[in-house]
Design a protein around this ligand. Structure first.
Ligand SMILES: Nc1nc2c(ncn2[C@@H]2O[C@H](COP(=O)(O)OP(=O)(O)O)[C@@H](O)[C@H]2O)c(=O)[nH]1
Ligand SMILES: [Mg+2]
Length: 319
């Protein structure tokens, strides 16, 4: 579907990506729509432009009213919990439904495309920890807001969410994966992990589409199959997230007290006793003695600050 767009279009597109305000974005989009040749090959570009313009107009319609002076959202969402997961996907893949059904956050679920206009954060519980799950405005062919790209780059893991109810899913996934790959070079430590979440397995003919999806992408990227609606595949996804994030849970214990298992310190795999002390509280950084319990240790064995912890270890710090 190459649309053979004129160079001016790409120039405007770059300006759009760098634009700082919605007003600027809106006028650039209108200019792009004006200059784009209108024929079969550009149908999708044209409709994306129209939708994008509509969304921006809707967003600015409240001038002087409720939305007045709204600066847009912060580009950086402080990390919380065991890992920051950013969902990215085309309209109607079910991102908001996942957030709404699996966390306590409220994200508007709707068959109307581009309903979600701001990132929304929810906490997704898994065993005794929680992942921070972020719903984002849907991506489309040529556009993705710079703020969402920032979220993608900063994420611990990106989730490309697509719908098995949609015949366009391969094209849609192409767009999502190209965003991930483009951002990979820009990400901190040039690492950007991502998986594919194929949602709506409960939809009619979803299995046929899954077969096609697996055939084309199964070797390239991990694919988790779920239904936000029925909960199918949820456990496997959560377990997969835990494994991919490569984290360990360590349980702090006060001397003479029994261990509480409900609030672990979550650390990257390879973290040390010192990291756990810091994770507990900065005051523990200067601990005098640490004892440890776990299958790899003798019960209550004293450990040094550089010893590497195992998932499930219990550590007792003495100040
Ligand atoms: N059958 C089915 N429908 C779903 C599922 N997840 C989302 N939907 C529907 O798909 C539409 C779009 O969902 P939404 O979460 O708003 O998509 P978003 O644009 O990616 O945020 C809504 O009508 C949802 O009810 C699912 O797992 N199964
Ligand atoms: Mg949404």
């Amino acid at each position: 579907m190459p649309a053979n767009l004129p160079p001016t279009y790409y120039k405007l597109k770059h300006e759009h990506e760098a634009a700082k305000s919605d007003e600027e974005r809106l006028s650039l989009l209108e200019e792009m729509l004006r200059i784009v040749p209108k024929h079969k090959g550009t149908e999708k570009v044209v409709s994306d432009l129209r939708k994008r313009i509509a969304v921006l107009k809707k967003g600015s319609s409240g001038k002087g009213g409720k939305g007045a002076g709204k600066k847009g959202y912060s580009e950086h969402i402080p990390k919380q919990g065991a890992g920051q997961l950013v969902m990215l996907g085309p309209p109607n893949s079910g991102k908001s439904q996942i957030l709404a059904n699996w966390t306590k956050a409220k994200s508007e679920v709707s068959p109307t495309p581009y309903t979600t206009t701001m990132p929304i954060v929810g906490m997704l519980p898994y065993e005794n920890i929680q992942f921070q799950l972020i719903d984002t405005p849907s991506v489309m062919q040529d556009f993705i807001s710079p703020s969402v790209l920032t979220l993608v780059r900063n994420a611990d893991l990106c989730l490309g969410v697509i719908s098995l109810a949609n015949d366009n899913l391969l094209d849609e996934l192409d767009i999502v994966l190209s965003v991930f790959n483009e951002q990979r070079g820009e990400a901190d430590g040039d690492e950007l992990g991502y998986i594919v979440v194929a949602n709506q397995i409960d939809a009619p003919d979803a299995n046929d589409r899954l077969e096609i999806l697996s055939e084309f992408y199964g070797d390239d990227v991990p694919i988790y199959v779920i239904s936000a609606e029925t909960g199918e595949g949820k456990e496997e996804l959560l377990q997969g997230l835990y494994d991919i994030l490569d984290i360990v849970r360590v349980y702090p214990k006060a001397p003479g007290k029994s261990v509480e298992r409900d609030d672990p310190i979550v650390l990257p795999n390879g973290a040390t006793v010192f990291d756990a002390a810091l994770g507990l509280h900065k005051d523990f950084a200067e601990f005098k003695l640490a004892r440890i319990w776990g299958p790899e240790w003798h019960d209550g064995q004293p450990v040094s600050r550089n010893d590497v912890l195992y998932d499930g270890d219990v550590v007792e710090f003495h100040l």
